[in-house]
Design a protein. Sequence first.
Length: 516
Amino acid sequence: MKKNHFKSITALALAFVLAFGAVAYAAPDEMPEPSATATQSTQPDEVETPQAGESALPSDTLPSEPGQEAETESPLPDASFFSEDSIPITESISITSLAELQKIGQDEAYPLDGSYVLASDIDAGGAAFAPIGSADAPFTGTLDGNGYTVAGLNISGGGLFAHLTGSVRSLSLRDITVKADGTAGVLAGSISGAAEVVNVFITGSVEAGEAAAVGGLAGTVAGAGKISGVQAYVSIAGAGESKLVGALIGGNNAPAEIYENCVWSNAYADSAFGVDSAVAESEGAYRLQTDPSYLALMTGTSGTLTANTDTSAYGLAFQGFETTDEAIATVEQNGAAATVTAKEAVGASDVAVVYEHTFSDGSKAEIRFFTPVIVSKNISEPLPLEPVDPIFPTQIEEVKPLEPIDSIFPTQIEQTQALEGGNVIEITSWEQFENIGNTEYDPAFAMDADYALAADLTADGEPFTPIGTEENPFTGTFDGRTFTIDLSQNESIDETAEYSGLFGVVRPKETDSGLQ
């Protein structure tokens, strides 16, 4: 009995030690709160000792039966643990070299859905580069250029990205060369999905196959979330007669609203988007223009152009003016304005406004925007018309100059007035014209009558018999009065026939001299 009694005492002592140890090592949140009336201890770390039979642990963590271990499971975190601020952010992969850039999509450590950031400028020096991803495996990740420049890539394929559905921002692409058989652009061959392209500056060239969709930024855009702050100054060649060629996008199917503050230049393409695009224009895609936006001059006269110099937001600094054809006009610059003087050559030309862009690597590029200049003949005084057709020595017409009525094209407007003559039959319809010489149509429509056009005519496309034959030639006169006969719908005149044309046989009018 004494031995069993000793074992009971020993067990109770061990239980007390374990309970006291649990209190000593409990987490602060699990410590019991002291009562409001308890006397504060002068020992800051002193813990109140529990009374005999009491435990410092919550009752639901104590063993319910002897020998059962206490539950030590931690309580579940509350909902704030899963807030947006507490979600870990995937660390971006730093890109510092051409080799690392080329690894994207080709190395398991550089997946197409990864997050990348440039950490330095990269100058490839003309080295070959394969597009990132493919048409079937697009780049879905993010590339933050971080304000740096990638230069001198020689890309064989659609562009830096073959197909982009991810995000690219804060990137400059300088002197990039792209050669492709099909759809191509410097940044991407194609863009779709919810892709975002923000603050991207591009210079370079694209050479693509005929009938391809080609653009300075991308060949095609099927859709995107946003394309904003993009500038593309890219020369395009090899697209043949394709109507899907644009300074920004070749073939655009995305809504006009996705484009914001995108700048293009007519020095590189005639329009921002290919003219056959489903959406061929957007207010968010524009070019820098002079004031006025074009000049219409007469030979020997001058006009003034003023350049847009408020361009720091575009990263462009105004440099000056250039003429693209000195045979047409000369340019004299005075600050941001230029006096353009037309020479004696008649035609159309351009004046280039030159800006300079400085890249992050210190290199510079000249960017040009064209202002059209149209030069027409300057007629200082009216000139009489002389007969020029020996077969039809028609009445001489008097030219009376009128005041210019077009402020854009201030050329002289002419009005013709026939001098008094004989009875002239005025022709106002194609039906009347094709019945010249047919007295059954009208007794006055004889072969020796005098006729004059009084309106433009359009052939009806029906078979036409030339006026006059050897047996019954046309001996009258016909005055076109500068009107036009449109034969584009009439293909029935047989040019291989013995007599072809509007008039088959024409003879001078015979006169009776009274001699026998």
